[in-house]
Design a protein around this ligand. Structure first.
Ligand code: PEP
Ligand code: MG
Length: 895
């Protein structure tokens, strides 16, 4: 602080009130920091009227334990006189008693210093008996406990006094001033007995003791902010008003006036101004006191502009209508409001990009991107009591069904009758054959599956709220009802599903709050994240896992850098494609299925073309069919007959025979993925043709350089990948010739493989001799390296987690052995192919530890489901910033 300022300031107190000369406020600004002092000085600078305060300097804190010098008492006297003049009241006076507060975070706040037996008549006269009582008791309790270190004595309990104004037997209404005083004396005696010395009830002594105690506590805690301030309460006279206001609506984040106020001598709270569409509660301040309303409304934006954040403030007006603000705190806002406020302030240029991203949490975004259950509505619903694990966040309302066919039937019938078509599927697990129905369900609950199961992956991909591992639920054999905790719930009943911290089911219809990603705020967040990722040169991309063009569009809307994984098997689940692929499988002679292959190729071509059109020049890595064949194979006699009706040239016996032949004990390690592609190459060949034709079509039609990658699942050896690559080269050449594309326009089809087994991870150097990019399928890699089933782990993982046998779910957070395998693979792979690209495509991709791991270990990308793209990009950014500042600190230390 400059010498001049020191001359202006006192040695022990800095007075802070609206009468300070502006030059002094400027000097205070330079030295007041970010704490309470800084906030108050900023408000003075912004000309916000403030209830007078005094800041106790570090000089006082130093000397508080010694015998305080006369100079201190002189300054204290001057400060109190100033307070008295500014508020036209008197400390310890009978008439308008001045009440003071000593505040400091470390010691606790002591309010209402100044109440005393002498000032009681004035207190009661000015504030009314009830308020006077509350003020006095608050003071006595906090002063005894915090300053006199007396064990807590509950005043109200001791004297069986209820604080409510109506009273009742023994209540406040029956309290007289004389009785009140008698209680105070008795309480003081009790305290005196406990502390073993007389209770001094002089306000001057009490103030001094409080200041000294606060100074001690401040010193012990290493903090240095102690304030003495005027405490103003609503008097029972005139227009005195007390209120709490937010600079923005803390629920929506919109710049609307929001808050409540109480008028003099009334406990009823009124809204300052009802929010748009909200029912007014009480009398709006605009009507009851237009002049005060206008002042508050004018000042709130100034307060926010000065703090560049959403603030919660308290204000009070005196009987003459003068407005004072008393506190300025950062407001607690909902997830939605936090995001809206940060982006609006950023777009308006009030906060920079880095500040804005640091204020938004990925979990806030998750809430924003999915419907949530209104709190008031949740409180009214009957919870079925059991819980499951959230596999895809969100809330849904729908009629429950236990089989996809029943759900579809309901939707079709309801649509015809123009009735409610919303459905929730509750099933043991999601069958592959249920996949086409996913488009019609609003929510999904499974009993058996885990968070990396097919059900969970598909739900996340489709943005369907999903609970897995829901406990304590049983179905009857006919699919007519379910029983949860002894309660029977019939199929067709309307339920609410909430997948958040846990997964819960409620009877009836809850009120949902929704915000679509198309809304401006999400676009603003996405642009903001993109800017900062670029500015920080974050080297890891966030791509999207897709099942088709719709997912690609969603992912791109959230800022995806490309497609990390296109799961093509799901494209065969549409009824027409499913019939053709089944024809291929069951006919068992490709030569007899030319037409089926043509139809399949046509649908695949259309699908890939749409994906390339959406992604244009961005990376699109397409994985060829991954599922075991048996997933396409009907299981029951009824299904065999149904399939026989579709494939008329095949008999039921034939179908049954093929199905039996394809049945495997352990299909996930059976004839699947690239093994199938090698043994029966016709389907892979068809897919490669469709991809190459689609890429050339989009390149020609849109004059853009598409960037396709063809990826093979479950590859373990170099020999497998070599053979598969050669087929791509050959087919691409054929297609190019057919299309008469000159060699100069040849598209480079990158070749890659998934790494989903420990063997593949260890062979990454050899695989890198052939492939250019590698996707760690960490769902399967976790399954194959830890021996933990991604589909069945819901049965035993909870036990491991609850009993400390595992610290985290390995399908959420990469397990150590999986990290080691990835590190080894990346190191070995880079040894052979320096520019080889490595990324993570499993469900762990959005987890912050995984993202930090990718940044530290030099991975090139993560790929996640469409609705997780934006939260993942934000988390990646936060991790990159964190690691940067860690590294900067290390460098500084070393220097
Ligand atoms: C994986 O195994 O992690 C993966 C991305 O592939 P999928 O989930 O399709 O098996
Ligand atoms: Mg996999």
């Amino acid at each position: 602080m400059s010498r001049d300022t020191q001359k202006l300031c006192s040695q022990y107190f800095w007075t802070l009130d609206s009468e300070l000369p502006p030059q002094l406020i400027k000097e205070y600004l330079d030295v007041s920091g970010e704490g309470t002092l800084g906030r108050v000085v900023r408000m003075l600078d912004a000309k916000i009227p403030l209830l007078p305060k005094a800041y106790l300097t570090s000089e006082f804190l130093k000397e508080a334990e010694k015998k305080l010098p006369d100079a201190f008492f002189q300054e204290l006297g001057t400060t109190i006189s100033r307070f008295e003049r500014l508020t036209q009241s008197g400390f310890g006076a009978k008439e308008r008693p001045l009440l003071l507060t000593v505040e400091g975070d470390f010691c606790g706040t002591i309010r209402n210093i100044g109440v005393s037996p002498q000032s009681l008549p004035g207190l009661v006269h000015h504030y009314g008996l009830a308020t006077a009582f509350t003020l006095y008791v608050d003071f006595l309790e906090s002063y005894s406990a915090l300053v006199l270190a007396c064990p807590h004595i509950d005043f109200r309990k001791t004297f069986s006094i209820k604080v409510d104004r109506e009273g009742g037997p023994g209540g406040l209404a029956k309290l007289t001033e004389a009785k009140f005083l008698a209680h105070i004396m008795e309480y003081q005696n009790l305290v005196s007995q406990k502390i073993g010395r007389p209770f001094n009830d002089s306000p001057e002594r009490q103030l001094l003791a409080t200041l000294i105690r606060s100074a001690k506590a401040a010193k012990e805690s290493g903090e240095d902010e102690v304030f003495l301030s005027v405490q103003m309460h609503r008097s029972q006279f005139g227009q005195s008003i007390h209120g709490v206001a937010f600079t923005r609506n803390p629920f929506s984040g919109k710049a609307d006036l929001y808050g409540v106020y109480q008028a003099a001598a009334s406990d009823k709270k009124h809204m300052i101004e009802p929010a748009e569409g909200e029912r007014p509660n009480g009398k709006a301040l605009r009507e009851s006191n237009p002049a005060l309303f206008a002042q508050v409304k004018r000042m709130l934006p100034e307060i926010e502009a000065s703090f560049r954040d959403v603030m919660e403030v308290e204000f009070i007006s005196d009987e003459d209508g003068h407005l004072y603000f008393t506190t300025f705190d950062k407001a607690n806002t909902t997830a939605k409001a936090t995001v809206v406020a940060a982006t609006e302030l950023n777009v308006a240029g009030k906060i920079d990009d880095l500040t804005a991203v640091s204020r938004i949490k990925a979990s806030d975004l998750e809430v924003l991107l999915h419907p949530t259950l209104d709190d008031a509505s949740r409180a009214k619903l009957e919870d079925l009591g059991s819980k499951g694990v959230c596999a895809a966040p969100g809330t849904a309302v729908g009629h429950i069904y236990f089989r996809m066919e029943d759900a579809i039937e309901h939707v079709q019938a309801a649509a015809k009758k123009k009735q409610d078509t919303r459905v929730i599927l509750i099933a043991n697990e999601l069958l592959i054959s249920d996949t086409p129905g996913l488009g019609i369900i609003s929510g999904l609950v499974t009993l058996a599956s885990g968070i990396a199961s097919h059900a969970a992956v598909m739900a996340r991909a489709n943005g369907i709220p999903c609970i897995v591992g829901y406990k304590g639920l049983e179905f009857d054999s006919k699919g007519a009802f379910m029983t949860v905790n002894g309660k029977k719930v019939k199929a067709g009943t309307l339920l609410t599903l909430e997948a958040g911290e846990h997964g819960s089911l409620f009877m009836g219809e809850g009120k949902l709050q929704n915000l679509s990603f198309k809304e401006g705020v999400v676009r603003d967040v996405s642009n903001l994240v993109t800017r900062v990722l670029k500015q920080k040169r974050v080297p890891v991309e966030v791509r999207v896992n897709i099942n088709g063009a719709r997912d690609a569009e969603t992912g791109l809307g959230f800022g995806a850098d490309g497609v990390g994984l296109c799961r093509t098997e799901n494209m065969f689940m549409e009824p027409a494609a499913l019939r053709e692929i089944r024809n291929v499988i069951f006919t068992q002679n490709p030569a007899e299925c030319v037409e089926s292959f043509q139809l399949l190729e046509a649908t695949q071509f259309a699908d890939f073309k749409k994906v390339f059109e959406v992604m244009r020049e961005k990376t699109v890595n397409i994985r060829l069919m991954d599922l075991p064949l048996h997933d396409f194979v009907p299981q029951t006699e009824k299904d065999f007959k149904a399939l026989c009706k579709q494939l008329k040239h095949l008999s039921v016996e034939h179908i049954r025979g093929v199905a039996d032949g394809l049945r495997e004990h352990n299909p996930m390690l059976g004839l699947r993925a690239c093994r199938f592609g090698l043994i029966q190459p016709e389907i892979y060949d068809m897919q490669i043709r469709a991809i190459t034709r689609a890429a050339y079509a989009v390149q020609a039609q849109h004059q853009c350089q598409v960037n396709p990658g063809i990826m093979f699942p479950l590859v373990v050896t170099e020999a497998e990948l070599t053979r598969l690559r050669d087929r791509v080269l050959k087919i691409e050449e054929t297609v190019r010739e057919e299309l008469k594309i000159p060699y100069g326009s040849k598209i480079r089809f990158r070749i890659g493989s998934m790494i989903e087994t420990p063997a593949a991870a260890l062979a990454a150097d050899r695989l890198a001799r052939v492939g250019e990019f590698f996707a760690f399928g960490t769902n399967d890699l976790t399954q194959t390296s830890l021996g933990v089933s991604r589909d069945d782990s819901a049965h035993y993982l909870p036990f491991y987690l609850e009993n400390g046998l595992l610290t985290a779910d390995p399908f959420k957070v990469l397990a150590e052995p999986v990290r080691e395998l990835i590190e080894t693979a990346v190191t070995r792979g880079h040894r052979v192919r320096n520019d080889g690209s490595f990324g993570i495509c499993g469900e762990q991709g959005g987890d912050k530890a995984t993202l930090a791991f990718c940044l530290e270990r030099g991975l090139d990308y993560v790929s996640c489901s469409p609705f997780r793209v934006l939260p993942t990009r934000l988390t990646l950014l936060h991790e990159a910033i964190r690691l940067d500042s860690l590294a900067a600190r290390e460098t500084k230390k070393a220097a």
